[in-house]
Write a protein that binds this ligand. Structure first.
Ligand code: SF4
Length: 278
C-alpha cells in the first residue's frame, strides 16, 4: 500500500484522491478479502458498523458507496467492544462478588511511576514503558509476550498446523476392487490444502481410487524441474510439476488439478497435464 501511495504521488494524484482511494481499499479489503463477500449486496439491508476505524467519515462513506446502503454508525463505534464486554460482565455478575475496579477514592489516591527501558531479548529492542501502579508493574510497548516477562509455554500449545495437515490428508482411498472407474491422482498443492476433502469425496463417490502425491520435499521439487517451461513462475507453481511427476510414477490413470485462483499457472500447466492425459 505504501509503495502504491508513493507511486500515485509521483503520478500527480491529489491528497484527496489518495485519501479516498485508501478509504475504498480499507472497505474493499474487509468486505471482499476478509469477509469474502462475492457481491456487496450479500451484506444485507441493515448494517451497523463498529470499531475505531469508523470514526473516520471517509471510511464510513466509502462503505456506503460500495454497498449502496445507508449505514448506521453508533457514536460509540470505537468502544462497542468494551461496551459489549461490560454487558457480558453485567450478565455474569453473581450477587456478593466484589469488583476489582478501583473506586473513586482509590483512583484519586492512585500513585504510579513510569520507567522507560529497552527490551534486550531480541534484535527488535522494543522500547518498553514500565508503569508501576500500587506495586503492580504493567508493561507496554512490547511486541511479544517475552517483553512483558510472560513465559511462553510451547509444550502446552497444540500445533494446529500439524493437526489440520493430518486431518486434511488422512482420508483412506477405496481399494482397487471397489474402484471400478480406475484411479485419479490429486497433487498435494495450492488450494488442495483447503479443498481436498471435497474432491476426495467427490471422486470416491464416483468409484475412483484417489491417489495423493507425497508431501513436498526438495527432492520432489527437483523431480519436475525439467518440465517447467518458464523460470519466472513462483515456487508454489514450480513445485506442482514435481507433484505431477510423482503421481505419474505412482501410476494414476489421470490427474485432476483444480487451479482457478492461480491464473499464473495456466501458462505452465497445460503442457504437463496434456502429457499426463496422453
Ligand atoms: S518485546 Fe519481544 S519483540 Fe520486542 S525486543 Fe523483547 S523479545 Fe524482542
Amino acid at each position: 500500500m505504501n509503495s502504491k501511495v508513493k507511486q500515485a504521488q509521483k503520478e500527480g494524484a491529489t491528497v484527496e484522491d489518495i485519501s479516498a482511494g485508501l478509504s475504498y481499499s480499507v472497505i474493499k479489503n474487509a468486505l471482499f478479502k476478509v469477509i469474502k463477500l462475492k457481491d456487496s449486496k450479500d451484506i444485507g439491508n441493515k448494517v451497523v458498523v463498529q470499531g475505531g476505524t469508523f470514526y473516520n467519515d471517509a471510511v464510513l462513506r466509502a462503505f456506503e458507496k460500495i454497498t449502496g446502503l445507508e449505514v448506521v454508525r453508533p457514536d460509540i463505534s470505537g468502544i462497542m467492544g468494551a461496551f459489549g464486554a461490560a454487558l457480558i460482565a453485567k450478565d455474569n455478575y453473581q450477587a456478593g462478588e466484589k469488583s476489582k475496579v478501583l473506586n473513586k477514592d482509590e483512583i484519586i489516591n492512585l500513585t504510579y511511576t513510569n520507567e522507560i527501558k529497552r527490551c534486550k531479548l531480541c534484535t527488535n529492542n522494543c522500547l518498553l514503558t514500565l508503569t508501576k501502579i500500587n506495586n503492580k508493574t504493567v508493561v507496554t510497548g512490547n511486541r511479544c509476550e517475552r517483553g512483558a516477562g510472560i513465559e511462553i509455554t510451547k509444550e502446552k500449545l497444540p500445533n494446529l498446523y500439524e493437526y489440520k495437515y493430518n486431518k486434511l490428508f488422512s482420508y483412506k482411498p477405496i481399494d482397487d476392487t471397489e474402484a471400478i472407474r480406475g484411479s485419479v491422482g490429486i497433487p498435494r498443492v495450492l488450494n488442495i490444502y483447503e479443498d481436498y476433502p471435497f474432491w476426495f469425496t467427490f471422486f470416491t463417490e464416483l468409484k475412483f481410487k484417489v491417489i495423493l502425491s507425497d508431501t513436498s520435499t526438495r527432492r520432489l521439487y527437483e523431480l519436475g524441474m525439467d518440465t517447467i517451461p518458464s523460470d519466472t513462475v513462483c515456487y508454489p507453481a514450480k513445485i506442482v510439476h514435481g507433484h505431477i511427476v510423482n503421481l505419474i510414477n505412482k501410476g494414476a490413470n489421470f490427474i485432476f488439478i483444480h487451479l482457478c485462483p492461480m491464473k499464473k499457472l495456466n501458462l505452465a500447466m497445460p503442457i504437463i497435464i496434456t502429457t499426463v492425459l496422453l
